[in-house]
Ligand binder design. Structure first.
Ligand code: HEM
Length: 151
């Protein structure tokens, strides 16, 4: 059980880092959309921050995913390793559905950021503010599903 708790601690550590990136990238896009009159230096700094955050978020997601798979299927490889995922339990599938939506949201934000390099315009600051709220709804659903395991 000790190894399982270490794996879950590491899973949550990388999940927190990914979620922080997923929450912050839209904020940088909002600032970019509102910084049209702030001069090239400010925009260049915001774009650099966005690119670094986008790369960091992907690495954190990859590590959270690896540890999530270990928590889920580790028992098939490591004798005595527990699992909380009973066969046929739908909570993990529903959770993974919400996780995929969160990753798609992150990639869309990254595409909008990269589009600026090709001269493509960002959506309006208003649209980006709504876009910014989506991960909150998804995260609440993910946490509820994994804690309550309702089905
Ligand atoms: C944004 C992404 C994710 C979030 C926010 C998240 C959140 C969490 C949380 C809060 C827990 C602790 C639950 C508890 O202690 O009862 C957990 C455990 C777990 N997660 Fe994730 N997770 C994410 C991604 C993933 C992925 C991609 C997988 C699988 C491939 C996964 C599989 C698991 C499993 C199997 C557990 C153990 C459940 C338990 O011990 O009760 N998670 N996750």
């Amino acid at each position: 059980m000790h190894a399982y708790l270490i794996a879950k601690t590491a899973h949550l550590f990388f999940v927190f880092a990914f979620v922080a990136s997923a929450f912050y990238l839209p904020r940088i896009l909002v600032n970019l959309a509102e910084s049209r009159d702030d001069g090239p230096a400010v925009r260049a700094r915001l774009m650099l921050m966005g690119r670094r955050l986008y790369r960091f978020g992907h690495v954190m997601f990859g590590l959270a995913l690896l540890l999530g798979v270990l928590l889920w299927l580790g028992y098939r490889v490591f004798p005595g390793f527990p699992t909380m995922v009973a066969p046929g339990s739908g909570w993990l599938h529903a959770k993974l559905g919400a996780v995929v939506l969160m990753l798609v949201h992150f990639v869309v934000g990254g595409r909008w950021l990269k589009g600026l390099d090709q001269g493509r315009a960002l959506p309006s600051a208003g649209t980006l503010r709504w876009f910014n709220e989506l991960p909150i709804v998804l995260l609440v659903a993910i946490i509820w599903l994994v804690l309550a395991k309702p089905f």
